[in-house]
Design a protein around this ligand. Sequence first.
Ligand SMILES: [Fe+2]
Ligand SMILES: [Fe+2]
Length: 214
Amino acid sequence: MLPASDERKQIARLFNFLLMGEQLAHDCARRQSLIFEDTPSRRFLQAQARQEALHAKIFKAGIGILAPRGIGEPLAQTEMSQYRSLLESALDRGDKLESLLGMQILLEGMGDVALKRISSGFASRNLAFNRVRKLIVGQEDAHHNFGLRRFQQLIGSQASEWQGMRYQSELYLEVLNNMLHTLQPFFEFFDEHAEDYIDELQGMLPANMKLAVA
Ligand SMILES: [Fe+2]
Ligand SMILES: [Fe+2]
C-alpha cells in the first residue's frame, strides 16, 4: 500500500503512464492512417490520432495540477518502450493486421479496462475526473471496436493468417503482462489486481478473437 500523503503524486505517476500510452496511440494511429488504403479507415485513423493528442493533453494537464514539482521516476517506462518497438516494427513492415492487433485491440482494450476499473477508485476519492473520463472512455471504446471490426474484415478466414497473428499476440501480451505486474503496487492502491485485467480483456473479445490472444 502506498502512503496516503503521497496520493496526488502517485495518481500523477499513473497519469504519466496513461500519457505514454496516449502518445503511443497517437503516433501509431497517425502512421496507420498512411498505410490503410480505404478512405473510411484513413479518416477514422486521422480522427483517432487527433483524439489521442487531446487525451495526451488532458493527462499532461492533470499531471501538472497533481504533481507540479514532478512525478519522480516514471512507471513502466521500459515496458512501454518495448511495446512501442513491437508496434513500430509492424508499422515499418506496413503490417495493417498486426498494427490493429497491437494497438486498437490489445493496448486500447487494456486501456479501456483500466480506465473503467480505475475510475471507481477515483470516484471514491472524490476527484473531479468523471466527465473527462467519460469522454475518453467513449472514444477509446470506438477505437477498440474499429480495430476489432477492421481486423476481422481484413483477416477473413485464412488459417495461416490466424496462426501468425496468434503468435504475434503472444509477444504483445507478454509485454502487457510485464507492464501490469510492474504496476501492481499502484493497482493495490486502487484495490485492483493486475491478473484481472488480462481476464477482463479476454472477456471483451469475440469468440474467434479469443483464439488470437489465447
Ligand atoms: Fe486515447
Ligand atoms: Fe484510443
